[in-house]
Design a protein around this ligand. Structure first.
Ligand SMILES: Cc1cc2nc3c(=O)[nH]c(=O)nc-3n(C[C@H](O)[C@H](O)[C@H](O)COP(=O)(O)O)c2cc1C
Length: 366
């Protein structure tokens, strides 16, 4: 059996990190400039905590939550915003097309002690845009501005906006909207360098992100899209001039990515080596935190979809990844984790299964 290897990630870019001191957003001081982007179905409390424990996360955002559900107090909406003192700094992302719902949700969040609200204007999924929310708002700049203004006026905590470059290549509204939102008091903008029409195809357009950076006067712009390594993160900052970088899928592929960037920025001589024991420990810890919130049964269902992302990075052999996609109890999970520990690193396919099947196909069918 080959010796299980510690995972070190790709080598950092030559030339060192981009300049940048402390970053604040709406008065909140953030420990690093590298943020965990919201990933619906994944960035629940357990994942946020376990990634924060790896180190280097500057800010995390919840999955998108429908504003009307939050106000109505539906069980799932309340679970999505569940947090604890270790889960800081945090922003809660809300969406919807009705101003009153967003205002009520924002006030409720402030009253509960949350310290940041992120408005989703980027989600391409039909079920989100169908509510008038998500990326659909980018097609209606006046409505988007009224909505943003109402939310900013309703609360004292910072309000940020996450959006795409525009609806499609013929309507790149992000720079215009970013400037308007800054005038209305938004504290920062996160910009995913694709249009809604693109879905996740192609590459994030760094020139498009730069256009947003250049459109605002002083608020931080957070660049987002396709950052998988330290080199990608630095490239994003250099090419776009963005103040910070949000990383989504990169954190599922490599939960230590934030720590790697932090160490590289501090001039570490060697890249971070994550031992096999740490990799399996991470897997167990994530599942354990999940069961604390959701119980054994629901956690089985929720954890299964992480298997396709974790497989390659956590040294999980293909047959055990396949079992992780189907396991049915906490006892079975423990048994699979023991086997992963024993046979760690004996995987043949280096790429993660999820990398091979990202959402694609006609965007209308999402
Ligand atoms: C499975 C999945 C779920 C997502 N959920 C959200 C969401 O709830 N809110 C949001 O603003 N963006 C969401 N996104 C978009 C990501 O935050 C991010 O903008 C996009 O994945 C590009 O960044 P990345 O290449 O670092 O992943 C999601 C993306 C994926 C793949």
């Amino acid at each position: 059996m080959p010796e299980p290897a510690a995972f070190t990630g790709a080598a950092p870019a030559a030339g060192g990190p981009p300049a940048g001191g402390e970053l604040t957003i709406g008065g909140r001081r953030l420990p690093t400039r590298y943020f965990l982007a919201p990933l619906a179905g994944y960035t629940h409390l357990a994942f946020r905590i376990v990634v924060r424990e790896c180190g280097g996360v500057g800010l995390a955002t919840t999955d998108l939550v429908q504003a009307s559900h939050l106000v109505a107090g539906t069980k799932w909406a309340r679970e999505l915003v569940r947090t604890n003192p270790e889960d800081q700094p945090l922003a809660v992302q809300i969406y919807g097309g009705v101003v009153e719902h967003l205002v009520a949700a924002a006030r409720w969040l402030q009253d509960q002690g949350y310290q940041g609200i992120d408005l989703n204007m980027g989600c391409p999924m039909a079920k989100i845009t169908g509510t008038g929310g998500g990326a659909r708002l980018m097609c209606r700049p006046d409505a988007a501005c009224r909505l943003v203004e109402a939310v900013v006026q309703a609360v004292q905590i910072p309000v940020t906006v996450k959006m795409r470059l525009g609806w499609d290549a013929a309507s790149l509204t992000a720079p215009h909207l970013a400037r308007e939102f800054e005038n209305l008091g938004v504290a920062a903008i996160t910009i995913h360098g694709r249009t809604r029409q693109q879905g996740f195809s192609g590459r994030a357009d760094l020139a498009g992100i730069r256009a947003v950076v250049e459109a605002v006067r002083q608020i931080p712009v957070v660049g987002n899209g396709d950052v998988l390594t330290v080199a990608d993160a630095w490239h994003m900052r250099r090419e776009t001039g963005c103040a910070a970088v949000a990383i989504g899928r990169g954190a599922l592929f490599d939960p230590w990515i934030f720590r790697r960037i932090q160490l590289a920025e501090r001039g570490a001589a060697a890249p971070l080596a994550v031992t096999p024991a740490e990799q399996v420990g991470f897997l167990r810890r994530h599942y354990e935190l999940m069961t604390r919130q959701h119980g054994d049964q629901q956690s089985c269902l929720m954890f299964r979809k992480f298997a396709a992302w974790y497989g390659a990075r956590l040294g999980i052999p293909e047959d055990l990844e396949s079992r992780l996609r189907r396991f049915e109890s906490a006892v079975e999970f423990a048994e699979i984790a023991d086997q992963i520990q024993e046979r760690h690193g004996t995987r043949r396919e280096a790429r993660a299964t999820a990398e091979l099947r990202l959402p694609n196909g006609p965007i209308e069918h999402w």
